[in-house]
Design a protein around this ligand. Structure first.
Ligand SMILES: [Zn+2]
Length: 223
């Protein structure tokens, strides 16, 4: 995918915190930055392949009900941030002067996303991925990007800068570009089932460890 050619100057600044945890707020589980964690500003459009592969792998773990998906979500968030789901939907009870974490400013340490809704996104993506591989029934996909903004910089040599609204919009757009890529760079490891990104058409394993392990297994079963 030549994202740079498709969207020159794609720049989506996002915040990720160094650690996340599950917090209970009036009986609802939220994914939130851990106390004492550090904030990092980064361009989430810089490594789209890693974002998509990580999200699909998270979706696989959630779908297959791996133990402690909350922890898997927390480690995904520590790498990429929260999705930016906060947007007017009533997800928790209000109490006087106290507002649910999803209604707080997105870049705030006090901002959180409901774990159940957070998990829905990678799960949906993974279901679509399976259907594209012919391994599941057709899955409906939500709109790709909720908002794509174009800005023109001023001064000499003005540049057209494209911005996405949040991490979720970036993820959906990058996924759409990768899944429709004829080179099919999104792959499933033949040994461990992990979803990974590799441009080589013949790539079958997520790493040398899995390739060696698989070959030893195949050799033994032949004997
Ligand atoms: Zn593997």
């Amino acid at each position: 995918m030549d994202l740079k050619a498709m969207f020159p100057n794609l720049n989506t600044m996002w915040v990720r915190w160094s650690a996340y945890e599950i917090v209970d707020y009036h009986g609802v589980s939220y994914l939130m930055p851990s106390p004492g964690s550090e904030a990092f500003q980064y361009n989430c459009a810089e490594q789209p392949e890693i974002l998509v592969a990580d999200a699909l792998e998270l979706g696989r773990q959630i779908t297959e009900n791996a133990d402690n998906t909350g922890r898997a979500c927390a480690s995904f968030a520590a790498r990429h941030g929260l999705f930016g789901l906060g947007g007017g939907k009533d997800v928790g009870p209000f109490s006087s002067g106290d507002v649910a974490p999803c209604y707080r400013p997105v870049n705030d340490r006090e901002y959180g996303e409901e774990l159940r809704r957070f998990q829905d996104e990678p799960r949906l993506l993974y279901r679509h991925f399976l259907s594209a591989r012919g391994e599941a029934a057709m899955a409906e996909m939500p709109a790709i990007a909720s908002e794509l903004r174009f800005k023109l910089t001023s001064g000499q040599m003005p540049q057209l800068v494209c911005e996405l609204e949040n991490l979720l919009s970036a993820l959906r757009l990058f996924y759409a570009l990768l899944i429709t890529d004829s080179a099919m760079p999104l792959k499933v490891c033949k040994n461990c089932g992990k979803v990974y990104y590799n441009l080589h058409a013949k790539s079958e394993f997520c790493g040398t460890k899995c390739r060696n392990y698989y070959n030893v297994k195949a050799f033994r079963s032949k004997k």
